[in-house]
Design a protein around this ligand. Sequence first.
Ligand code: MG
Length: 163
Amino acid sequence: MTAPFRVGVGYDIHRLVEGRRLIVGGVEIDHAKGLLGHSDADVVLHAVTDALLGAAGLPDIGDLYPDTDQAYKDVDSRVLMKDAMERVRAKGYQASNVDVIIHAEAPKMSPHKAKIAASIAELLGLDAECISVKAKTNEGMGPLGYTDAIACTAVAGLVSTAS
Ligand code: MG
C-alpha cells in the first residue's frame, strides 16, 4: 500500500577551503573560502536531496551519484537534485515541504536564508513558505565552530500523487 505521506532525513558536511566558490542551497555566497568536494560541494542541496531520496525509500546520494564517477566532477548539485526528484516522482510522490538547518560559524548564513529558501522552492516547484531554512552557529566549538567546515541537516516531506 502506498503511504499518503512519508518523511526523510539528510545530513552532509564539507570542508571550507581557499580557492573554491561557496555555493549553499544553489546560491553563490561571496566569501574568502568555499566548500571542497568532487561536485560543487553544495552541502545544503546534498542534505536536502538525501532527505528526499530517503523519504521515497530510494538509494542515497552517494550511491546514485558517486564521487568516484568523473561524470559528477564539479557537477552543479541542482542537476543532481532535479534527477533525484524525477526518481521520487516515478515512485509516486511529490515534495510537500523541506526543513533545513545550516550549521556554519562563518560566513553568517542568516542574511542568505530567504534566498536559499527561494532557491530550494524553485527547484522543487513549491511555494517559498513550504521551505524553512534555519542558520545555527556551533558556538565556536569543533570543526564547524572553527570555520573549518559547513554542515547541513534537512528533513523532507513527501505526499503521494496516487489518486
Ligand atoms: Mg556532499
